[in-house]
Design a protein around this ligand. Structure first.
Ligand SMILES: NC(=O)c1ccc[n+]([C@@H]2O[C@H](COP(=O)([O-])OP(=O)(O)OC[C@H]3O[C@@H](n4cnc5c(N)ncnc54)[C@H](O)[C@@H]3O)[C@@H](O)[C@H]2O)c1
Length: 375
């Protein structure tokens, strides 16, 4: 299904047409909005769902509701574009990627390979391709200590990502690099380290730690529940820095290797919970540690390469970014309470593990059978 916001076609033609795959998602919608607000771009978004918090006209000129596991859809999305930003992925936080390994691998391999090949087929117009990779590509043996000094880009090899989510990202990075060598597609790739901020998933199981911690800090009254012992370390990049970084990486003439896009401000998860609680005026609430998926022991971003290439690195301090995120999630919860959508906040005090289902795999099969029937 295609939606076009009726912008004057002539005006659209004068702009640089760009596609954002997965542009209704958290990072994709912020990126698409930044490109749209810039004024020089005609922004086309493709996603299999609409954005939960913004109307599509707020962040793009044209919206295609489509499944990017199907190459014909990827070709349609990238038609006539000079830049392609590939952010589509079936993904979520620890409560999702650990328990959905097969489905994620199947879906994401199809999306990544089809999008890249579609860009090749449009090489006469597409001159740059951005791929959203992840810190999950890194070798887990380099992340055994909480005192991680920062992962350098070379630490991805030899390969031993902890989960299939990271392995698919690493494979897709390599495929993009091969397409650059073999077909001349200018490939750009950032390894995101835990992106957070307003207008992202904050409940339901796909959310990552920052919004989950905000939600729990707001809703918990007697204790703050956390998976694991809380000694594991991470760094978190605020959404505005992430969008700035993506755009700088895409515009850089010679950044043709995967680069970290993350903050180097590392914190323990206990420290992170304390920060969330402090922001809610609940500093004395005890932390209750329970069993749950926790990921690697220590992870931080080494920013030597990005500083060298762009003379820039993420700037927003964690306390500052979390304040904004907390403010936004508080409004979301108040809205739910006012509308009666939720009455009992206790369900928001825990995180849940999302069980794997084969629904998305079966949908593809049904579609194939329907297509065959219509031949
Ligand atoms: N958020 C993070 O901390 C983080 C960290 C590392 C890497 N990344 C990567 O960045 C990208 C964006 O992440 P996000 O946090 O915005 O996630 P998100 O889930 O909010 O966005 C991904 C979007 O892809 C869409 N999508 C999934 N399968 C699709 C399909 N078959 N067809 C069409 N659209 C499909 C989803 O509907 C969603 O809107 C992803 O590739 C993710 O793997 C994110």
């Amino acid at each position: 299904m295609e939606k076009c916001n009726g912008e004057n076609k002539r005006e659209g033609k004068l702009k640089k047409k760009v596609a954002v795959a997965g542009g209704a998602g958290f990072i994709g919608s912020h990126l698409a909005k930044s490109l749209k607000d810039d004024g020089g771009y005609y922004v086309v978004v493709g996603d299999w769902k609409e954005n939960d918090f913004m109307h599509w006209t707020d962040f793009c000129h044209q919206f295609f509701l489509l499944d990017l596991r199907d190459m014909a859809n990827c070709i349609k999305l990238t038609e006539g574009c000079s830049e392609v930003y590939m952010l589509a992925a079936d993904m979520g936080g620890m409560g999702f990627i650990k328990s959905n390994q097969s489905v994620l691998m199947f879906n994401n391999t199809l999306i990544s390979t089809n999008m890249l090949e579609s860009a090749r087929r449009h090489l006469h117009t597409v001159n740059r391709y951005f791929y959203a990779s992840s810190a999950c590509v890194y070798n887990e043996h380099k992340q055994m200590e909480t005192t991680n000094p920062g992962l350098k880009e070379s630490d991805a090899w030899p390969a031993k990502p902890q989960d299939t989510y990271g392995l698919e990202k690493l494979y897709s990075e390599e495929m993009g690099l091969a397409y650059m060598r073999d077909f001349g597609l200018q490939f750009r790739c950032a390894r995101f380290h835990n992106v957070y901020g307003p207008k992202g998933s904050w409940k339901g199981g796909r959310e990552k730690a920052p919004p989950a911690f905000c939600r729990k800090a707001i809703c918990s009254e007697t204790e703050f529940e956390m998976w694991g012992d809380g000694e594991q370390t991470r760094s978190f990049i605020y959404i505005d820095d992430c969008v700035t970084g993506i755009r700088k990486i895409m515009d850089c003439p010679d950044l043709d290797v995967p680069v970290n896009l993350g903050s180097s401000e590392m914190i323990t998860m206990n420290g992170f919970a304390k920060l969330a609680l402090d922001l809610c005026g609940k500093s004395n609430l005890p932390i209750k540690h329970i069993e749950g998926p926790v990921g690697v022991r220590g992870r931080n971003s080494d920013n030597t390469l990005i500083k060298e290439k762009l003379n820039w690195e993420p700037k927003v301090r964690l306390a500052e970014g979390m304040k904004e995120t907390m403010r936004w999630i508080k409004c979301e919860i108040e809205r739910e309470l006012e509308s009666g959508k939720v009455q009992d906040l206790s369900r928001y005090c825990s995180s849940r593990v999302v069980a794997q289902t084969t629904d998305s795999l079966d949908q593809l099969l049904v579609k194939t059978n329907e297509d065959k029937a219509s031949l």
